[in-house]
Design a protein around this ligand. Sequence first.
Ligand SMILES: CC(C)(COP(=O)(O)OP(=O)(O)OC[C@H]1O[C@@H](n2cnc3c(N)ncnc32)[C@H](O)[C@@H]1OP(=O)(O)O)[C@@H](O)C(=O)NCCC(=O)NCCS
Length: 163
Amino acid sequence: MRAEDLPLVRAWRNHPAVRQHMFTTHEITAEEHAQWFQRQQADATRRLYLFERDGRPQGFMHLSGVQLGGVCEWGFYAAPDAPRGTGRAMGAATLAELFTVEQVHKICGQVLQGNAASMRFHETLGFRPEGVLHQQHCSTDGRHLDVHCYGLLAADWRASQTG
Ligand SMILES: CC(C)(COP(=O)(O)OP(=O)(O)OC[C@H]1O[C@@H](n2cnc3c(N)ncnc32)[C@H](O)[C@@H]1OP(=O)(O)O)[C@@H](O)C(=O)NCCC(=O)NCCS
């Protein structure tokens, strides 16, 4: 992701279909978004990817804690108008990059209660469910939502690639 991609990524992030599943759900201003982008540059373990297919941007992937042999965490969203299968393609491409180029040991994802697409997305990519943090997240409307934790080890991913 480059600075010129900021408006597009902010539009996706603020779309209700995306925003409703995030840990923070307020509408993000251009200034807040630019400051967030600036902060990411200061952390060498972060990666921001714009996922493209057929030359068209179709999704965003954020990674933290990326280092050799490390445990990293991802967060992502597909463009709200992206075709079905986009999430899976973006996820698979990111796993290949993280496990072969960056050589991390493990990737983790956290999914808020009610986000069936993301739970299925993780399972379909080979992640194991690692537990539920019950009523861990307080939403803006005052509800306490469960957080579902997923993890994928490099060894398990490698085994899945060889069939
Ligand atoms: C999560 C997300 C990236 C998945 O991308 P996608 O392009 O919709 O997903 P895909 O079409 O690649 O499908 C992946 C799997 O999820 C399933 N799926 C997709 N939408 C679904 C839905 N609404 N309910 C249940 N399962 C769903 C698909 O059937 C597929 O499973 P399969 O392999 O068994 O067929 C996308 O829905 C998204 O951006 N959601 C909003 C933001 C978000 O939730 N981000 C993640 C926060 S943890």
